[in-house]
Design a protein around this ligand. Structure first.
Ligand code: DNO
Length: 348
């Protein structure tokens, strides 16, 4: 495995220098952030990221994410232009040495939480999702100004209402069709430029606000991989996104999809599954519902050779910053993952 760490570019409070001091760190996971979804990234901005990452002694091989324009998910006529731009971005980042691209196909909302500062008994703060809080929010009522952390700030309340409305008549099957249409056009580009595409599961892995969500469980991941059945069409195994539903057996999925050579990226995070939702917890198995050792072992035993990053951390030791993406707890997570991997390797 190649250990990696997400970095939000120059604006990030966490510096590349700090990340490079984490033992065993291999790559930086980043993106061009100041460009709207659907537009082409300039070669200069890609080269700028590469230069900074390499100057810090790290590799520039993973992009998270190239966002998918909403018109592609909606299947609008304008999608062809955005898909062409998407292929151009694949080409440009590949030419700069990128080997893996993470993206998602969630309508409107990316990851959704109801709180980003839930206080755990030890005084650390974490991200949490409580169903009763989600039910108070209705993006279709523009008068209701309740919002949730993680909402795309580029939409005004009215625009958000309009785009959510567009999905009201969309079925899961239609979203599958639109995903297939997209994959059939971008995967040939990924093959040509030798990049692995790694779709991220929906987070949480169930429908919210009546919007269809399809990258949610083993049956759907099987279906996804068959849409375009080549190795470059793969997944990001996100343990927290899948593991927040106790219906998902993450360890089994890790083994199965690693053996198929279709996991290109793994996001390792622990969650405590609750009757009304979930809380993100420290990475250690005993802190949450997931057996992190078993998942890492399933990856190892099945020949996983991709990138792994510690996913969200809590805020600890007084750190402030981007929820889920501070330095300290993710660095502890990285060190824990290194330890698991070394122990698994040496005892195999
Ligand atoms: C949340 C992240 C997601 C992820 C995207 C991939 O912290 O894991 O936002 O980057 O869903 O496109």
């Amino acid at each position: 495995m190649k250990l990696s760490f997400r970095w939000y570019g120059e604006e990030d409070k966490v510096s590349l220098k700090n990340i490079a001091q984490i033992p065993g760190m291999h790559s930086i996971v980043t993106a061009v952030y100041n460009v709207k979804a659907g537009e082409v990234w300039s070669r200069e901005s890609i080269a700028g990221l590469k230069r900074q990452v390499e100057q810090a002694g790290l590799h520039f091989e993973v992009i998270e994410s190239i966002p998918v324009h909403e018109d592609i998910k909606l299947g609008k006529e304008s999608r062809d232009r955005y898909i062409a731009n998407y292929c151009e971005n694949i080409r440009r980042v590949a030419e700069a040495g990128v080997r893996c691209i993470c993206y998602n196909f969630m309508p409107v909302f990316d990851w959704t939480r109801t709180q980003t500062d839930h206080v755990l008994p030890d005084g650390s703060t974490t991200l949490a999702y409580y169903q009763e809080q989600v039910e108070k929010v209705n993006p279709l009522e523009s008068g209701n100004d309740l919002t949730l952390p993680g909402w795309d700030a580029s939409y005004s309340r009215e625009e958000l209402k309009n785009v959510v409305e567009l999905y009201q008549s969309m079925t899961e099957e239609k979203l599958w069709d639109n995903l297939k249409y997209f994959l059939e056009r971008i995967i040939p580009a990924a093959v040509e430029y030798n990049v692995n595409m790694a779709i991220h599961e929906d987070d949480p892995c169930w429908s919210i606000f009546g919007l269809p969500r399809i990258i949610t469980d083993e049956g759907n991941l099987d279906r996804f991989l068959k849409l375009v059945d080549v190795p470059n069409n793969g997944i990001t195994l996100c343990t927290g996104s899948l593991g927040c539903s106790c219906k998902n057996n993450v360890e089994r999925m890790a083994a199965k999809y690693a053996a198929m050579g279709r996991i290109h990226f793994a996001h390792m995070r622990n969650v405590a599954v609750l009757p009304n939702g979930f809380e993100e917890r420290a990475h250690l198995s005993s802190c949450g519902s997931l057996d992190m050792y078993a998942i890492m072992k399933a990856l190892y035993d099945n020949g996983f050779q991709g990138y792994i990053r510690p996913d969200h951390g809590r805020m600890i030791w007084g750190e402030t910053g981007r929820a889920g993406y501070g330095l300290y707890d993710r660095a502890l997570g990285a060190t824990y993952l290194n330890g698991l991997w070394e122990a698994i390797m040496k005892s195999s």
